[in-house]
Write a protein that binds this ligand. Sequence first.
Ligand SMILES: NC(=O)c1ccc[n+]([C@@H]2O[C@H](COP(=O)([O-])OP(=O)(O)OC[C@H]3O[C@@H](n4cnc5c(N)ncnc54)[C@H](OP(=O)(O)O)[C@@H]3O)[C@@H](O)[C@H]2O)c1
Length: 256
Amino acid sequence: MSRIFITGSSQGIGAECARQLIALGHDVVLHARDDARAAAALEANPRAAAVVKGDLASIEQTTALAAAANEQGPFDVVIHNAGLGGKAPERETTADGIERIFHVNVVAPYLLTALIPVAERMIYLTSGLEADGRWNPYDVQGSTREWDGMQAYSDSKMHVSMLAIEVATRHPEAAVNVVDPGWIRTNMGGSEAWDPVELGAETQVWLADSDEPAATATGRYLKRREELEPNPAVRDADARAALVYELIKLTGVPVP
Ligand SMILES: NC(=O)c1ccc[n+]([C@@H]2O[C@H](COP(=O)([O-])OP(=O)(O)OC[C@H]3O[C@@H](n4cnc5c(N)ncnc54)[C@H](OP(=O)(O)O)[C@@H]3O)[C@@H](O)[C@H]2O)c1
């Protein structure tokens, strides 16, 4: 039995991962943004070990969330699942002065990675749209170009994939992978999406639960358990170092 922390587990793929992992006998700590969403998370998974709270669009709340999660740890597995889609019609900036999609999808998993002890297995959620991400070391938040929400989302999923592979490189003792769940019927994916939520969770559940050598390998970009080649920026060590440098500047927190 493993102790597993899943961000963004109030609904969608995160809640479904929790459901499948609890059914397999694991202890799962949920995460939700506030009291109301925490109640929804526990309603979806009443046998969860605990739920911790925090808005990932806030550096202060994410720092407190990491502390609350650590009180429930240590974790054998951390799944960085929470994410914000690209539907915003205009650029939004959080109270920390960071573009909102970059903040939730990149800065928050970076902070949680830095503030929660490295787990034996770590899984980051990306999207097939990471292939459309455009690496720009001088403007990671896309502040100098016209707003395009889907481009911001694609960029953020490329960035979080870069973060995952950087963590894998720095921690060869851990199994660190990044997963594209496919187009899944959730709040984010919408009702037209191709696949049900069970399928969107299955690769993360396999990576968290299985002792097969293929499940415990590291440094891979996976979809439906198959290794794919990510955006070239993900394999570019200089680009990853530049992203980490930006994240340290924005958060004041060094990489572990
Ligand atoms: N669905 C797809 O087709 C698809 C495709 C490719 C990749 N993905 C990725 O898969 C992951 C899960 O997506 P999903 O489809 O399950 O999305 P979802 O149904 O919208 O769920 C997203 C989860 O993240 C949480 N979250 C978002 N912003 C947050 C914030 N500021 N603070 C705290 N929690 C926050 C949400 O909390 P609330 O319940 O409070 O909103 C929810 O629990 C995401 O990383 C997404 O990018 C999804």
